[in-house]
Design a protein around this ligand. Structure first.
Ligand code: AR6
Length: 169
């Protein structure tokens, strides 16, 4: 899989799937989650509500992933995942690794060729940017998948620098 860093707004990307850093409720929030629902329109929330009413009555656990329509977005799919909240006392990195792996598993099931990831857990959930980007790059490199192209979306200059460093490591 080819891994590229791109700077900007994930909602603008014309790829087969974009990943949402959601919360377990799947019913929206701030950060990239808010941006995706705003730009994609009500079809995404309707699909999330449908999932909650059927297969996910208790919500989506951290480390798991599930796909919905991307509504009005240029992408075809939104793959929702729930990152772990960062803890200074407990190592939750296995859950963050799982987010990337599960997103690629869902992408494979959908026949996705290109996917874009935000820096899962690095916003509201408090994960240090250097570590979050290192885990993203390492996990994508180590996961076997049919996806051909993964974009890592840097939403800030500091994220771009961190990704560049992680890619060189
Ligand atoms: N495009 C790309 N990246 C973005 C965008 C965007 N439009 N907007 C923000 N980011 P966060 P989390 C970056 O907080 O830490 C929500 O309320 C942002 O700069 O969106 O996993 C959910 O509902 C950061 O680097 O997700 C959950 O409750 C990265 O995306 C909670 O936040 C992730 O930041 C999840 O927290």
């Amino acid at each position: 899989m080819d891994i590229e860093i791109v700077q900007g707004d994930i909602t603008r990307l014309r790829v087969d799937a974009i990943v949402n850093a959601a919360n377990s409720s799947l019913l929206g929030g701030g950060g990239v989650d808010g941006a995706i629902h705003r730009a994609g329109g009500p079809a995404i929330l309707a699909a999330c509500r449908q999932l909650r009413a059927t297969s996910l009555p208790d919500g989506l656990p951290a480390g798991q992933a599930v796909a919905t329509t991307a509504g009005k977005l240029p992408a075809t799919w939104v793959i929702h995942t729930v990152g772990p909240v960062y803890s200074r006392t407990e190592d939750r990195s296995a859950l963050l690794v799982s987010c990337y792996r599960q997103c690629l598993r869902v992408a494979d099931e959908l026949g996705v060729h290109s996917i874009a990831f935000p820096t899962i857990s690095a916003g509201v959930y408090g994960w240090p940017m250097d570590d979050a980007t290192r885990i993203a790059v390492t996990t994508l490199r180590q996961t076997r998948t049919s996806v051909e192209r993964a974009l890592l979306v840097a939403f800030s200059e500091s994220a771009r620098v961190a990704y560049d460093k992680a890619l060189q490591g």
